[in-house]
Design a protein around this ligand. Structure first.
Ligand code: SF4
Length: 224
């Protein structure tokens, strides 16, 4: 469900994010994903009627503030960003404009998508939407293919630099393995947000650990 090219249906916007790409980043999670990967940790982002509409220029203003604060990049995740190709293109156009205006062309844009490379190549709208992305991480999440590759949830997912900046920044990380998952935990009065890519069993372990401290979940986003 795409409202207008200038409005993105969003699940969450958080900053600084340090676990989905290099450095300190603005994180935008879009709302709506029809791919229904088994084991997805973000089932709350599936329903396209959930979340809220956010004007692209409002997100661009957050990006401008982040750049002034020294942020290293923007990560768009989801949900499925390519379900809103016109809005995604408008967002990345605005983001590119702002980084040039701010003299911060060193700040990169990373987009996660569950689409496979061949699906992107076969869709002119998807390819156009990603035109300003410096790097993409592509492919469905497959719970049966665990990986230690940084920033990826399963071994099939590919990190693909698309621009000279993307090659400089992500080239050293293409095959980099991590010893432990990089996760940020953000706690509010009503929710625990887990930001990053957990390994198999990490979320259940976290749930058990929190239970020993008296914190139990009424519902969570990774269980049907
Ligand atoms: S892992 Fe990503 S692509 Fe797969 S269902 Fe979840 S949000 Fe959609």
């Amino acid at each position: 469900m795409e409202v207008t090219a200038q409005t993105l249906r969003v699940s969450d916007v958080l900053a600084p994010v340090t676990t989905l790409g290099p450095g300190r980043r603005l994180g935008v999670w879009v709302q709506g994903c029809p791919l229904t990967c088994a084991g997805c940790m973000s089932r709350h982002t599936w329903d396209p009627r959930g979340g809220r509409d956010v004007d692209v220029e409002r997100l661009a203003a957050l990006w401008r503030r982040g750049l002034a604060d020294g942020y290293d990049g923007l990560t768009v995740s989801g949900g499925e960003p390519l379900e809103q190709p016109r809005a995604l293109a408008a967002l990345l156009d605005a983001v590119d404009r702002v980084r040039h205006e701010a003299g911060r062309t060193d700040a990169d844009v990373l987009v996660y998508t569950g689409w496979e490379d061949a699906e992107i190549a076969a869709s002119p709208r998807a390819a156009a939407a990603l035109a300003r992305a410096d790097a993409v991480i592509t492919g469905r999440y497959r719970a049966g293919e665990p990986t230690r590759l940084v920033w990826r949830g399963s071994a099939n997912q590919r990190l693909i630099p698309r621009t000279p900046l993307g090659h400089r920044r992500y080239g050293p990380h293409l095959r980099r393995l991590t010893d432990r998952p990089e996760l940020q935990i953000r706690v509010t009065d009503t929710a625990v947000h887990i930001i990053g890519v957990p390994r198999t069993g990490d979320l259940s372990a976290l749930e058990r650990d929190l239970a020993t401290r008296g914190v139990t979940f009424q519902e969570n986003s990774w269980r049907p």
